[in-house]
Ligand binder design. Structure first.
Ligand SMILES: [Mg+2]
Length: 440
């Protein structure tokens, strides 16, 4: 019955109060709270031949689940709650796979299918979904995956007049691909395959767009060939360079590699963080932003864990709800803002569990023992189940004995934080349990 909380849209974020260790702007927090991602899922998959004859590429099995389930799971780590699947070729087969995909997602999601009326191209697919898209939305290819810190895209600030931001990958040899020319963060040009096979930047197929882009689209067209070059020419397109593991499942060899690599690559170690006394200074029953003070180094610690490829989860007893100091809506609002602020600062909180119950609660509805209340391990066990974690590859950082007891009962190594700079405390722990970051 208790699913923790879901991230809401971060509207009307106020300027921050004192105690901030980094200059995270109000608009930065606002835009880091993106909730919608459109996924291009209508390609013909002709380079895969027979492999893609019966199913669209994005639902081809990778290990025990469709490729899309892996891709969407990654976006959920960064706060996406709604997916708009841009379908075309074999759309009915795609629809039929949705229950299997949903069953594999670690968080609830809204999934909408937009079906193009005819072969429309990548820009056309977006045009036909325009009634479904937010003021600002994400878009990605449904047949490739870049394992990177997506907060760099979510939190980046754009100058006025920008219509989009794309993620680029740095390659040592760009021979097979068209390359992108940058000036600072401004995309200046797209060039077809260069004459010489040298290092360069290529399109990773991940974008953040303003809704105003949709006014420029026609019912048919290609994003890559028609739209992006025009935006670059007009100075309306920016880029973020993303490092990390990349795999495109568009050709049989690479599909085989994806099957071998992706499940291992995306099964991450996890860092569980207690909240009060670890992420924020424990002022006692903190239920609102005006009483929330970040612990020194907290944002940097979370960013370091995200950068190193770890999941970050928050597990927090919130008996302030049971005691009637604040309600669950206040907890959800505070956590939504906290997560958006973390993303604006370049990290992410993948998921949160809190326990509002207490055996001596003032409010009847919350007066009970709960196996979610630390030192019981319920919150950790629920995250371990939902995110398919290996406890032996997880760490917990807490400031109380009850945190360490909950960790031990879940089979997770616990570490006691006694104040000071959280990044200084956590970085050596992450390094000691280093995760090999596969590049290619
Ligand atoms: Mg605590």
């Amino acid at each position: 019955m208790l699913r923790g909380w879901q991230i809401g849209r971060i509207d009307g974020a106020r300027p921050m109060d004192g105690g901030w260790e980094e200059a995270v702007t109000d608009s930065g927090v606002h835009q880091a709270g993106l909730r919608q991602c459109a996924i291009l899922a209508g390609g013909l998959g002709s380079r895969l031949g027979a492999l893609a004859a019966a199913a669209p590429k994005p639902i081809l099995p990778i290990g025990d689940r469709p490729f899309l389930a892996w891709l969407m799971r990654e976006w959920q780590r960064f706060g996406v709650e709604e997916f708009v699947l841009l379908a075309g070729h074999l759309a009915e087969t795609l629809r039929a796979a949705l229950p299997e995909i949903e069953a594999r997602l670690p968080k609830p999601a809204r999934i909408v299918v937009s079906e193009e009326p005819e072969r429309a191209g990548t820009a056309g697919a977006l045009f036909h979904a325009r009634h479904l898209l937010d003021e600002r939305f994400l878009l990605c290819n449904g047949d490739s995956l870049l394992d990177t810190n997506l907060s760099a895209l979510l939190g980046a600030a754009d100058p006025p007049g920008t219509l989009g931001r794309m993620v680029l990958r740095r390659l040592a040899a760009t021979g097979r691909y068209g390359v992108v020319t940058l000036e600072g963060e401004a995309v200046r040009a797209f060039r077809e395959r260069p004459e010489r096979d040298g290092p360069g930047l290529i399109n990773a197929g991940i974008y953040r767009f303003e809704r105003a882009l949709l006014d420029r689209l026609a019912p048919r067209g290609s994003l890559e060939r028609d739209v992006l070059p025009l935006l670059a020419e007009r100075g309306e397109l920016r880029a973020t360079v993303g490092e990390g593991y990349f795999r495109d499942i568009g050709i049989p060899d690479d599909l085989a590699k994806a099957v071998a690599e992706i499940p291992r690559q995306l099964r991450r170690p996890a860092l569980f963080l207690d909240r009060d006394g670890v992420i924020n200074v424990d002022h006692g029953y903190v239920g609102s932003r005006d009483r929330f003070e970040w612990m020194p180094g907290a944002l940097a610690a979370i960013r370091a864990a995200t950068e190193a490829g770890w999941h970050v989860f928050v597990v927090t007893n919130q008996s302030g709800v049971a005691r009637g100091f604040y309600d669950e809506a206040a907890v959800a609002a505070l956590h939504g803002w906290m997560s958006a602020t973390v993303r604006a600062a370049g990290g992410t909180i993948d998921d949160i569990r809190y326990c509002p119950f207490h055996p001596e609660a003032k409010l009847d509805a919350y007066r009970r023992d709960s196996d979610w209340r630390k030192p019981e391990p319920g919150m950790l066990l629920d995250l371990i189940r939902a995110w398919e974690l290996e406890p032996a590859r997880c760490l917990l950082v807490g400031d109380q004995e009850s945190d360490l007891a909950a960790a031990a009962r879940a089979g997770v190594a616990g570490h006691r934080f006694r104040g000071g700079d959280l990044a200084d405390f956590i970085k050596p722990l992450l390094a000691a349990r280093g995760r090999p970051m596969d590049g290619n």
